[in-house]
Ligand binder design. Structure first.
Ligand code: ADP
Length: 357
């Protein structure tokens, strides 16, 4: 493992609870990890602890086989061979692009520096801008220079904290994919912080969902979406809604009775195999609900939003529960109309019924 974070707490003096609580995660060489979660959940605190900018109050941070942080001992950032790119990417305005990138290459002879500068500029797709000043570049280009500067000394680990937050939405999406390609081409191991799901999915090999300092799940995008480990992950990733169900085992498969009929999961999920029938909440996402005029179950259209190739309908079932459905946009029904729906759920995700207060 390249990066091993074990049971880490980060606590700021004066705060009643730690900003980061018992977080463990690992990154292999060449892997890109992403930390995602609502504002204030502790993403930056964790990243800063990994960088050596904050001490850990419990647990440890290990780079390859070297422990770089444990309570009472914090190797400084410059001893960690890490590159960092922060949201205020802070290029030196009075230095050229080459001057900015050379900043991390002190100690090298100038012909080596020039070669490395050309290499990393090629890597980020900005050949030939060595002599320009930051203000002569667009925001996206400046951010790529910041990335080139961080990559130039060949860091063991690259840390990126919301590097696109100052850029506009269109650019962010494009840059997210580009950055993934750049990091992969550089064979960099990287940990990236964002609050944007699309960015997390575009960039990460493995994604961690954090809430109030607690890491709920550290997994690939597919599993976060289809096998969320907690209700929080289910709601945070892909905006799921829940309806009531009764869960039981049927010949080794999980079967859930709902007002939309019986849902059966053909995979067995160990942590969801309780004995006997149990009240539960079933996760339903918009792509689990299919519009079907022949279906026996009817639902009333409460709202609809045009999404180009499809509408996103918000539907009320006869039970009063609400579900969402993606429906091809040539099916243009009106709000208030009742339409037939069917559930087509491959991965049946349930949680024990949350008692309502
Ligand atoms: P995120 O990056 O997910 O937005 P942060 O790691 O910045 O979250 O913050 C996590 C929690 O720690 C918040 O409650 C924040 O107020 C608190 N916090 C962050 N930095 C400090 C600090 N330097 N001193 C005290 N509390 C802090």
């Amino acid at each position: 493992m390249y990066l091993t974070v074990s049971d880490v707490d980060v606590r700021y003096s004066g705060n009643a609870t730690p900003a980061v609580k018992g977080v463990s995660l690992q990154l292999k060489a060449g892997q890109i990890g992403v930390l995602i979660g609502p504002s204030g959940c502790g993403k930056t605190s964790l990243l800063r602890a990994i960088a050596g900018l904050e001490p850990v109050s419990a647990g440890s941070v290990q780079l390859s086989d070297r422990v770089v942080s444990h309570p009472g001992s914090t190797a400084p950032p410059e001893k960690r061979r890490m590159g960092m790119v922060f949201q205020d990417y802070a290029l030196f305005p009075h230095l050229t692009v080459a001057g900015n990138i050379a900043f991390g290459l002190h100690g090298q002879v100038s012909s080596d520096k020039a070669k490395r500068i050309a290499e990393v500029l090629h890597l980020v797709g900005l050949e030939g801008v060595q002599d320009r000043f930051p203000h002569e570049l667009s925001g996206g280009q400046q951010q790529r220079v910041a990335l080139a500067r961080a990559l130039a000394p060949n860091p063991e680990l690259l840390l990126l904290d919301e590097p696109f937050s100052n850029l506009d939405v269109d650019l962010r999406e494009r840059l997210a994919l580009e950055i993934r390609q750049i990091l992969k081409a550089a064979n960099a191991t990287a940990l990236f912080v964002t609050h944007d799901q699309m960015e997390a999915f575009a960039i990460g090999d493995v994604i961690g969902v954090i809430e109030e300092g607690h890491l709920h799940q550290w997994d690939d995008a597919y599993h976060l979406y289809h096998r969320p480990a907690s209700r929080f992950v289910a709601e945070f990733i892909g905006h799921g809604v829940f309806i009531e169900g009764i869960r039981s085992l049927n010949q080794g498969h999980i079967q859930v009775q709902t007002v939309l009929g019986d849902l059966i999961d053909t995979d067995l999920v160990a942590n969801q195999t309780g004995e006997g029938a149990q009240a539960c909440d079933v996760l339903l996402r918009a792509d689990d609900i299919v519009h079907d005029d022949a279906a026996l179950v009817k639902a009333e259209i409460l709202r609809k939003a045009f999404r180009g190739s499809e509408f996103l309908y918000t539907l009320r079932l006869q039970s009063g529960e609400t579900v969402m459905a993606h429906v091809p946009s040539h099916h243009d029904h009106t709000v208030g109309e009742w339409i037939g729906i069917r559930a087509e759920v491959d991965h049946v995700v349930t949680f024990d019924r949350q008692s309502s207060a």
